[in-house]
Design a protein around this ligand. Structure first.
Ligand SMILES: Nc1ncnc2c1ncn2[C@@H]1O[C@H](COP(=O)(O)OP(=O)(O)OP(=O)(O)O)[C@@H](O)[C@H]1O
Ligand SMILES: [Mg+2]
Length: 227
């Protein structure tokens, strides 16, 4: 298997250590902040997106908007940069990974998530979305891969994790940069949920799916946690 050329590289003051995961828009790496001697998550956007000026601009706007959100269930950007054609965003590294990783781990052990835990994590995500909507920001891509699970130091109610939402607004950016923006307001500044029923495929879909249990948030007897 060919080695990722970014591994071992230093961008600004971040040394790229290993791949955490790949998505449709970029790759998430574990990196070391050499100034603070701290492990962080560094997401580098795919070059095909990074080379589009409009995408770069929107990415920065979304990062700025996300940086202003102050909620325990929303990840906060720590750094945004463009260096040697790399467009990247640095956030806290959540060692336990995402809800998708957790569900996969459970499946490997022939287990499923328990209803109280699924409900508590969903409540936290809904709380984060409610807060974000009050700040006139929409997420657009609520799914297990974008819900990170931070181990809690003291045991909480029904779960030992805190759900932390990441990738605010990115799906919306993909859509608007790939389709040309046609004068639409950015996801950050407009409540696109109000467009539900306007024929947009993504209207209300992500949270609806999460709450409906479409994302394998299933309970012990195999039924969806939410209907
Ligand atoms: N801050 C983070 N800390 C730890 N793991 C992370 C962090 N951010 C992302 N990840 C992991 O990296 C994986 C890839 O993330 P990425 O955002 O690139 O793709 P995705 O969310 O799975 O899908 P896509 O973004 O294409 O819709 C995630 O599934 C998650 O497991
Ligand atoms: Mg993601």
């Amino acid at each position: 298997m060919s080695q990722d050329p970014m591994l071992g590289k230093v961008i600004e003051n971040y040394r790229i250590e290993r791949i955490v995961g790949r998505g449709g828009m970029g790759t998430v790496y574990e990196a070391t902040d050499l100034n603070l001697n701290l492990k962080v998550a560094l997401k580098i956007m795919n070059p095909s997106l990074a080379e589009q000026e409009r995408f770069r601009l929107r990415f920065q706007q979304e990062a700025q908007a996300a940086a202003r959100l102050d909620h325990p269930n929303i990840i906060r950007p720590m750094y945004f940069g463009i260096k040697d054609r790399n467009l990247f965003l640095v956030t806290e590294l959540i060692q336990a990974g995402s809800l998708a990783d957790y569900l996969k781990r459970l499946r490997r052990e022939s287990k499923v998530i328990q209803l109280p835990e699924a409900m508590e994590l969903t409540r936290q995500v809904a709380d984060a979305l409610h807060y974000a909507h009050q700040q006139r920001m929409v997420h657009r891509d609520v799914k297990p891969g974008n819900i990170l699970l931070k181990p809690m130091t003291s045991s909480g109610r029904h779960t030992s994790f805190r759900a932390v939402l990441t990738d605010f607004g990115l799906a919306q950016m993909m859509e608007s940069t790939s389709q040309s923006m046609r004068g639409q307001p950015a996801g950050t500044f407009a409540l696109h949920e109000s467009r539900a029923g306007a024929g947009r495929r993504w209207s209300r879909r992500p949270l609806g799916h999460l709450l409906a249990g479409h994302h394998a948030l299933r309970t012990g007897d195999g039924t969806a946690a939410f209907r």
